[in-house]
Each structure stands twice: as structure tokens, then as C-alpha cells.
Design a protein around this ligand. Sequence first.
Ligand code: ADP
Ligand code: MG
Length: 351
Amino acid sequence: MSKISFLKGDGRIMKFKSQIKKISALFLAVTVLTSIASCEGEQKKYESELYAMNTVINLTCYGSDATAQVSTELNRLESLFSVTRENSDIWRINSSQGCSIEISDETAEVLNIAEEIYNDTDTAFDPSIYPVVRLWGFTTDSFSVPSKADIQNALKLVDYSKVKIEGNTVTSPQGAMLDLGGIAKGYAGRICRDLLKANGVDAAVLSLGGNVQTVGKNPNGGKWKIALRNPDGGQYLCNILVDECAVVTSGGYERYFESDGKRYHHIIDPATGYPADSEFKSVTVIAQDGAVADALSTAFYIGGLQLVKEYLSSHSGIEVILYTNDNELIVSKDISSSLEFNGAIKEAQTI
Ligand code: ADP
Ligand code: MG
């Protein structure tokens, strides 16, 4: 059994993160914080904590360990996707001033998945949101509430339909800037799943902040058990029992700042330029592809129940667990029998 808690957002962890950031700046982006080996039944269990992609990452491998390989891979992916690291693919696109830029296969793949989700979510997921995200200070942790005029000006640069991806060449309009913060961790989870398997790890759980990727079958013979964090703190909402998949959660509670008693979070509605006024406290998406799950959880948080229903009516293999502002769980039909209600919530409504 593996129990994952999503540790993000509170002041203590933010402070911890900023300390780690300083350490990781010295030792490249990925730092192995702890590494412990123990025995669970017949299987040796290796647990490690890393810091990468601006988040704490927990890896549990069963049978054999591949922490070093995962750490190297996360470092490589971060050096492609980071908005702040000079010469990353995204940094070069954002500095391109309208010129065409050659990018890696991985960045092209993420940008193509992002385009699909952008088109299928009525543009709620828009990775060209970066000019607005930057204005709110979410990249640099120097938060401030921008003026309406600044938001309107930044919004003029937001339109992913104008970003052209042709093979490994990207051409974006002058001033346009991309941010893969809503999809990169899920993609990294999927890449690390394949890497773990290629390195002989048949069973593992990887948690990148709110993004969980399970690998293979739980060695105890049952399902993996993922505990869903309560955004208000306290008891978990419920347990989710799954085989190999990605389980990704988005919510305004994950990263936010307060100004004049008002809370501003990091998921921006591209229609307004302001933090999304969501119907939900959290949105969890379960899918085979971590990148898809990650992008969808961000989009559904913005688009609400109507978007979720529209999307599910035309796509298969996607499950959702929506925690509403009224403290109710709404879940897709096929996941309802895989939930254990021995936490804060006793039942769920199905859609
Ligand atoms: P987290 O990164 O905390 O897991 P999400 O997956 O929901 O949360 O992604 C939020 C991040 O995605 C923001 O920090 C920002 O970098 C980016 N982002 C914000 N709004 C949007 C949006 N409408 N579309 C795409 N990406 C977004
Ligand atoms: Mg996301």
C-alpha cells in the first residue's frame, strides 16, 4: 500500500521550498533530499525525496532502485521546460521575438498535447498565459495584484492558436510567452514511468507535488491506494484505488498569496486574466497519460462542471473527482467503485 499526501501551498512548505531553491541553485536543479531503503514483505522498498520543477518529489521503488536515473531525467526535462532557466527550449521560445526556434522532441510533444487540450477545453488550458502569470508574480514569488490595465495589456499576448508548431520548429508572435507549469509535471511523471520500467523497476509510485504516477502493479497484490488531500486540511477526502495511471490534482489552495485579506491563486482564467473563480476546491483527473491528466485538471478547475461534462461526453479513459465549494464530491461513473470513503467524505454523486 502506498499513501501519498500532497504537500503544497502552506507557508511552512513555501519557506522550505525557497530554502531548497537556494540549495538546488548550487547543485543544479535536482537535489536528492533523503533516500531510505527498507523491507516490505518480500520486496525491498526504496524511498527518496527529491526537489525539482519547483516542487518536492517523492519516489518509492519496489524491488530495485532507480532514484539516480529519475533524478538525472528530471534535471534534463527541467532544463528543456523551465521558463526561467536560460537556454531552455521554453526560454528560447519566449525570447524569440517572432523568429522560428528549433526545439527538442520532448518539448514538441508537450506543446502538441497542450494544443489538443487547448482545443478540447474551449481554450481554458492555454500555455501562452505566461505574460499574465508573470504579472501576478507567480514565477518569481514576488506576488502583487496587477492593475486592470496591465492585465488587459498582458492578455493581448495570450492566444495559443497563434503559436505554430511544425515538427521541431516553433514560431510564436512577437511578445508571446509560454509556460508549461500546468502540464510539465504530469508529462515528467509519464516519462519517469517508462524510465523506471526500462531500469528494471516493475513497481513504483512517483509523486511530483500534486501529480501522482503509479508504475506497474502494487507488489502487495492489490491496487495502489492514493489518499486524496482535503484542500481545507485535516482528514483525507477519500482513497482512490488504481492500477498503473496518473492521478493529478489542481486547486487554488496549492499556491497562492494574500493581499488586503483576499486570496489570489496561481490558476489563471485566460478569459479574464484573474485567478479562476472556480466552482471547485480541487479537481482530480485520472488518466493513462500524465500530461493529459495534468492539463485537464487545470482546465477543469477553470471551466467548471459544464466543461467537465462536455469533455467526458466526447472522450474515453478519463476519470474525474471534483470537490466542490459546498464540500461535496462529484465523480465520474467508472471511478466511483474505486473510491474508499473512510475519510472526511462519506459518499459521492456520480456524473
Ligand atoms: P500545479 O502546478 O500547482 O500542480 P496546475 O497543474 O493546475 O497546478 O498548474 C498551474 C500552473 O499552470 C500555474 O502555476 C501556471 O504556471 C500555469 N497556468 C496557470 N493558468 C493556466 C492556464 N489557464 N492554462 C495553462 N497553464 C496555466
Ligand atoms: Mg495541471
